[in-house]
Design a protein around this ligand. Structure first.
Ligand SMILES: [Zn+2]
Length: 404
C-alpha cells in the first residue's frame, strides 16, 4: 500500500451505515433526528440510510414517539432475527457454541466435553456442534452471517491457520480452511484471548479511547490488546503473550518450550502441578482429601477451595500465583498505560480475594505514577465469554449490512 490512502465514497457510505445501525442498536428504540445528532449526519442522510435498512428488513418502524412540538417522530428498532452470528470456543476440556441474534442477544448456548484434541476429530466435533446449534435455535442458513471460532494458540492473521498451539500440541493446522470445507458459512478463526477480550469489551459496552487489555487467567494465561480502532496484533501477529514473560530464571518448564514463564507458575495447570509436587513431597494439606487421594483429579479449583478454608499450602500457592500475575500486569501497565484491564477466565471465578491479591501485587510492582488511571475489573460474560467473543469477531469483521 502507498503512503497515502483515501476513503472512497463506498467506504464512507458503509461507515455511515454501520454508525447509524449501531446507534439504533444502542438506543433500542430511537427516532431519526436523535440518530442524526448522535452520528453527526444530516437528517436526509439518516433518512436515506434508515429507509434502505428498513427495505432490507434489518430495522423496522416500531410506531410513533412523543412529539416535542412538531409531528410525532417515527421510532426505529433493530429486527432481532434478521441476522445471526455463531461463536465457538474451542477449549481443551470443553467446546462451547453460542448463537447470537441481530440485537446481540445470545439465543442459544451449548457445551460438551472436548472429545479429542486431534485436529480432524476436533474439526468434526466443532462442525457437528455448530450444525446442531443452528438446528436447535431454528435459524435459517441464509440468515447466518458467519461462524467465529476462538482457538488457543498463535493464529495467522487473515488465514486463520493455527501456527502453534502448545496446549493442543498443534503445529501448522489450516483450521479456518478445513472448517470452511465442512460448514456452508463464512468461517473466521481467531486467537481465543483476542475473541474473549473483544466479547467482554462489547458486552461491557466499552469504547476504548487509549488501550484496553483483556487477560485470560485459565489453565493457560494469555491476553489481548485493544486500541480505539480494534485489536492490536503487532508486527508479526503475536502480541499479547503476557503468560510467556519469563519471571523466574531456571524456573519450571513451560508449554511454550521456555522455563520460568508466568504461565508455568500462575496458570490453573501450574497451580495444580505445584500442589501435586507438594503432596508427593509429603507436605500436609487438605488438597489431598479434596481429590480423594487421586492426584490426577487434582485441579486448581480444589487448591482455591482449600485456600479459602485456611489451608496453608493452598494459600501460599494462590498468593504466589497472584503475585506473578500482578508482576505481569505491572509490566503491561508500565509499557502501555491502559485505561482498563479486564480479568477473565476460570481462575477469576474463585472469588474476590484472589482479585484483591492480584491488585495488591500490581500496586507493589508498577512504577510509581505509572498507570494512574488504570481500572482493573473482572469480566462479566461468565463461562460462555469466549464463545460470545467468537460471535463478536464475526460481527466486527464481516460487512453484513451492505452485502445484503
Ligand atoms: Zn511460556
Amino acid at each position: 500500500m502507498g503512503k497515502y490512502s483515501k476513503l472512497d465514497l463506498t467506504s464512507i457510505t458503509n461507515h455511515n451505515r454501520i454508525n447509524v445501525f449501531n446507534c439504533i442498536l444502542e438506543g433500542k428504540t430511537i427516532n431519526r433526528s436523535v440518530i442524526a445528532k448522535k452520528v453527526g449526519l444530516s437528517i436526509p442522510a439518516v433518512m436515506s440510510i434508515t429507509d434502505d435498512l428498513i427495505e432490507k428488513g434489518i430495522i423496522y418502524a416500531v410506531g410513533k414517539g412523543e412529539s416535542h412540538g412538531g409531528k410525532r417522530p417515527e421510532m426505529l428498532s433493530v429486527v432481532p432475527d434478521r441476522f445471526f452470528f455463531i461463536g465457538v470456543d474451542v477449549g481443551r476440556t470443553s467446546v462451547r457454541v453460542v448463537v447470537m441474534n441481530n440485537c446481540r442477544d445470545v439465543v442459544y448456548k451449548a457445551s460438551k466435553p472436548t472429545e479429542s484434541v486431534e485436529p480432524d476429530d476436533l474439526i468434526g466435533q466443532i462442525t457437528e456442534m455448530t450444525m446442531d446449534g443452528i438446528k436447535e435455535a431454528k435459524v435459517p442458513d441464509d440468515k447466518i452471517v458467519g461462524v467465529g471460532v476462538a482457538m488457543p494458540g498463535l493464529i495467522e492473521r487473515g488465514t486463520g491457520r493455527v501456527l502453534f498451539s502448545p496446549n493442543f500440541g498443534w503445529r501448522d493446522v489450516p483450521l479456518q480452511d478445513k472448517l470452511k470445507a465442512c460448514l456452508p458459512f463464512n468461517v473466521l478463526v481467531e486467537n481465543a484471548n483476542r475473541a474473549l477480550t473483544v466479547g467482554e469489551i462489547n458486552n461491557m459496552q466499552l469504547k476504548p479511547t487509549s488501550c484496553v487489555i483483556g487477560v485470560n487467567l485459565a489453565y493457560g494465561i494469555g491476553s489481548a490488546v485493544v486500541l480505539p480502532n480494534g485489536l492490536y496484533y503487532g508486527a508479526s501477529g503475536t502480541s499479547g503473550e503476557i503468560g510467556h514473560i519469563i519471571v523466574e530464571n531456571h524456573g519450571a518448564y513451560c508449554s511454550c518450550g521456555n522455563y520460568g514463564c508466568i504461565e508455568s507458575i500462575a496458570s490453573g495447570d501450574a497451580i495444580a502441578r505445584q500442589a501435586r509436587i507438594a503432596i508427593d513431597n509429603k507436605i500436609q494439606t487438605s488438597i489431598a482429601e479434596k481429590c480423594g487421594g487421586d492426584l490426577k483429579k487434582l485441579d486448581a479449583k480444589m487448591v482455591f477451595d482449600a485456600a479459602k478454608e485456611g489451608d496453608s499450602l493452598a494459600q501460599s500457592l494462590v498468593k504466589k500465583a497472584a503475585d506473578y500475575i500482578g508482576k505481569g500486569l505491572a509490566i503491561a501497565i508500565n509499557m502501555l498505560d491502559p485505561e482498563q484491564i479486564i480479568l477473565c477466565g476460570g481462575l477469576t471465578l474463585n472469588g474476590e480475594f484472589f482479585i484483591d491479591m492480584i491488585k495488591k501485587a500490581v500496586s507493589k510492582y508498577q512504577m510509581n505514577h505509572a498507570g494512574r488511571n488504570v481500572q482493573i475489573v473482572v469480566g462479566k460474560s461468565g463461562l460462555y465469554a469466549t464463545a460470545i467473543g467468537g460471535a463478536w469477531i464475526v460481527v466486527n469483521n464481516i460487512d453484513f449490512l451492505s452485502d445484503n
